[in-house]
Design a protein. Structure first.
Length: 326
């Protein structure tokens, strides 16, 4: 996986979650806290999620085959979507069930210092993991807000780790509040309430991840900045006079397909057009290096049709209408 895939953030999160999962489960065994059980399952699920992200990154690097001519870059999107399913089912739904059981059949906490000590340790470990993810993301945000970064990032790993770590920190606060309130009131119901809050939080994060990764799976175009760069690189002002319409598609986080119909002069020879296309491809790859697959179709510009209106084929989903062609 490339550096932009957040490998360091994934490994940091994996190490933290494995250590935290063991500590939380030990605390559950000594205290009987349902919040601790829910949090230990949450950390186990997070550890499995990081393994899924690493597997997806490894499998995405396989070379293209005749059956998959555009390669396997979108495997990273598939495994990120699997993460949302695991987080929803293993993490969220289990926590909701455990919280309901604890609220329905509360019991007192035993050895309260175990869950409190483990929660403090978990906050420190998750804080380290979250700090690593933030540091990795800051190099890619380029002035975007955190919400915009999560919504528009093409590499799914960093948004997944960020949301998981953020959710883990908030979940730890819920667990700590549940334990403290149970000790203060002498009622184990609050421990169950904290567990229900953890479950609701995990389900919410899982739904956000599912929506964002589904969009990547369906296929997203290049961002507006990249579209503008590609369109500018296509036109040389000599042979290529304009872009009639263009489509882009992410074949993976760092691989972009570009297909465009370009306007050329009616009196250019085939050799001149071929040379212009080669030059346009070179300019695109220099300007937007992730544009790995490029298909350009030359056409003759028609002033009459341009005056009549845009090419209907260029309207849906394109970067904007260009001059019409015939």
């Amino acid at each position: 996986m490339s550096a932009s895939g957040g490998t360091r953030a994934i490994i940091a999160a994996l190490g933290a979650n494995l250590a935290i999962a063991v500590a939380k489960f030990v605390a559950f065994l000594f205290s009987g806290s349902s919040s601790m059980l829910a949090e230990s399952v949450h950390s186990v699920a997070d550890s499995g999620n990081q393994f899924l992200l690493l597997i997806g990154g490894k499998r995405s690097q396989r070379p293209a085959t005749p059956q998959h001519p555009f390669g396997y870059g979108r495997e990273r999107f598939v495994y990120a979507f699997l993460v949302s399913i695991v987080l929803f089912s293993v993490g969220g739904m289990f926590a909701v069930y455990e919280g309901y059981e604890k609220v329905s059949h509360p019991h007192d906490l035993e050895n309260w210092y175990w869950p409190v000590g483990v929660l403090v340790f978990a906050v420190l470990a998750e804080g380290f993991s979250f700090r690593t993810a933030v540091k990795e993301s800051n190099g890619l945000r380029r002035g975007l807000s955190w919400v915009q970064f999560i919504r528009h990032a093409k590499a799914p790993e960093l948004p997944v780790v960020l949301l998981e770590d953020f959710g883990a920190l908030i979940g730890l606060v819920f667990a700590l509040l549940g334990v403290v309130l149970s000790l203060a009131t002498g009622s184990g119901v609050w421990d169950g309430v904290g567990t229900l809050c953890i479950g609701a939080l995990l389900i919410l994060i899982a739904l956000v991840l599912a929506v964002e990764t589904k969009s990547l799976l369906i296929g997203e175009a290049a961002g507006p900045e990249q579209l503008a760069k590609i369109e500018k690189a296509l036109v040389d002002g000599d042979t290529v006079t304009g872009v009639i319409h263009m489509r882009t598609l992410h074949l993976g986080p760092e691989e972009l397909l570009v297909a465009a119909k370009i306007a050329v002069r009616h009196d250019d020879t085939a050799a001149e057009v071929a040379t212009a296309i080669d030059g346009a491809e070179a300019r695109i790859r220099e300007t937007v290096p992730i544009a790995r697959v490029i298909y350009l179709e030359p056409d003759i510009y028609s002033a009459a049709e341009a005056a009549a209106g845009p090419d209907p084929a260029a309207t849906p989903g394109g970067p904007g209408p260009g001059p019409a062609a015939h």
